[in-house]
Design a binder for this molecule. Structure first.
Ligand code: DC
Length: 223
């Protein structure tokens, strides 16, 4: 492997992208950035500041606010900081998942984060997961992967995670949210979720985390 590599992992919600990205990060000692955390962070900011009025987002106020927003992801801890405050726990709450796709489809939000995400390369390169990393953020990435899995399997995994955290939700709610998000993420005009033609596709429905990791590591080591 060359000394500075960019590994892009895109795909549908809850297919295991971040889990695998973290495993690759520790195996190859390359920083990992979860790009979805940034979209979640901006959604948290909009909700916290009352920018959703009766469910409708005040886009103009959000656009103005972004000019002074400081959003940072710490690759080692995977913590997200918004204007210096650690909001890692808050951005995983169901209310954020319910609203994030509305925020992520706004062209000015995508422009803002595109600039932020592109500055994050390190000397050792980086591993970034998301929806448009191999297609838009780093189209020249050295390795591109695209994850998919059956909706029911993804929903069950996410539901178990939320239940362990003590969140009150049902399997049906989680499943509906995933399907709804995938639809908005895939249909939006700017940088929609789609498999880059040169990405290696992995269906994670019926294979273990360790098997997915081994599959990717083999691809990386043999290219
Ligand atoms: O990976 P995640 O589920 O935490 O991402 C949350 C949302 O952010 C997802 O529904 C779509 C959006 N997103 C995006 O539009 N582009 C990315 N590169 C990453 C995430």
């Amino acid at each position: 492997m060359k000394s500075s590599v960019i590994i892009a992992i895109d795909g549908f919600a809850s297919t295991g992208k971040s889990t695998i990205a973290k495993m690759l990060s520790s195996h190859y000692q390359i920083p990992f950035i979860d790009s979805g955390a940034f979209y979640r962070g901006i959604t948290y900011f909009a909700l916290e500041n009352g920018l959703f009025k009766e469910g409708v987002l005040d886009e103009e106020s959000l656009s103005t606010a972004l000019e002074n927003l400081n959003i940072r992801f710490h690759p080692n801890s995977s913590d997200l900081f918004l204007n210096g405050k650690n909001i890692s726990d808050k951005i995983r709450l169901p209310v954020i998942s319910e609203n994030v796709s509305t925020v992520a489809k706004l062209p000015f939000v995508r422009d803002f984060l595109l600039r932020e995400l592109r500055t994050m390369g390190s000397e050792k390169g980086l591993i970034m997961d998301g929806r448009d990393i191999g297609s838009v953020v780093f189209p020249d990435a050295d390795y591109k992967f695209f994850f998919n899995a059956r909706p029911e399997i993804r929903a069950l995994r996410r539901y178990e995670e939320l239940r362990l955290k003590g969140e009150k939700t049902t399997f049906e709610e989680v499943l509906n949210n995933l399907i709804h998000r995938d639809k908005i993420d895939s249909a939006r005009e700017v940088a929609p979720l789609q498999k880059p033609i040169d990405a290696f596709e992995v269906d994670t429905s019926d294979i273990s985390t360790q098997e997915v990791f081994s599959l990717l590591a083999k691809k990386i080591d043999t290219k």
